[in-house]
Write a protein that binds this ligand. Sequence first.
Ligand code: UDP
Ligand code: MG
Length: 343
Amino acid sequence: MHPQFERSFVTDIGSQPVQRAPRASRWPELSIVVPVHNEADNLALLVERLRTALTGEVASWEIVFVDDGSRDETLAVIRDLNAADPRISAVSFSRNFGKEIAIAAGLDHALGDAVIIMDADLQHPPETIPAFLAKWREGYLNVYGQRTDREGETRMKRGFAKLFYRIFGYFGETPLPEGAGDFRLLDRKAVDALRALPERARFSKGLYAWVGFRSAGVPFHVAEREHGQSKFKYRKLFSFAFDGLSSFSTVPLKIATWSGAIIAVIATLSAVYFMLRTLLFGTDLPGFPSLIVSIMFFSGIQLVSLGMIGEYVGRIFAEVKRRPLYLIGERVGFDARTVDHPR
Ligand code: UDP
Ligand code: MG
């Protein structure tokens, strides 16, 4: 074990904010956190390009991979990378927990004064990192990459992304910078703030914006995926979008309440209207169609409202269970004997 990078943990389960030990001088200046899920083919090239991009830019660096339950050779590749260069380490989850959680675990294990989060598939070009560092040294604590285009994405996906940003901008309680994703640099202060947020439904885009700090965008060109294919299908993206909205807004609940109230008023008025009409003119047609229509309409509204409330209740349930955010199956390149970095 390279003495510069030995580290340690109190427990294998990480999610409670723990008091950090005082910063040790041997900790690296920059940590790169990379969530990986079946990315064996991309890692060697990624590390190579990172190494080139970082040369001369920082005093010291480390790469922390978070293996999010990969079923291919990813972990073996990481072991080899670690054997060749101890600045590369990894935590490996016991199963697939999702990218958001993998990022959280990466932040828990990164030791740097600044942390860069990036994808493993080389869509986030390592060559942008010097621009991030320049902003950081100017005093920005939350530097986000802003995609200049969405090349390699279908028009439909682009359209939904745009729609999401619009809805979120309108209803969300925290404004999101458009085109900002997970590719970003966070100062230690912002990292510790994020680590102290206990929520399980982690919509990190929103969380990064929520913690605030001096922020700046750095434009970058999204490259095509190097190997393999995107792991985000539409269903996953929609549930992700709803996660985002419901974690940062109570507007869906208000929509349910308001539409319920408005419909109730309309129903009362029409009841009065029908009553008067029957009293004055008698009844001409038995109102079967209108009856069916209104029953369906109201049950629909009720189900939607119940569903929305259910979503929030589900989230409350997930939070109160206080399960750990993730479980670690294996660590590569971490020394578990001395205790100076909790978790
Ligand atoms: N990823 C992950 N867990 C998952 C899915 C993806 O850690 O369950 C990682 C993946 O290995 C990659 C990053 O998240 O490093 C982005 O994934 P992907 O390229 O599939 O997403 P897209 O670029 O389409 O948004
Ligand atoms: Mg990708």
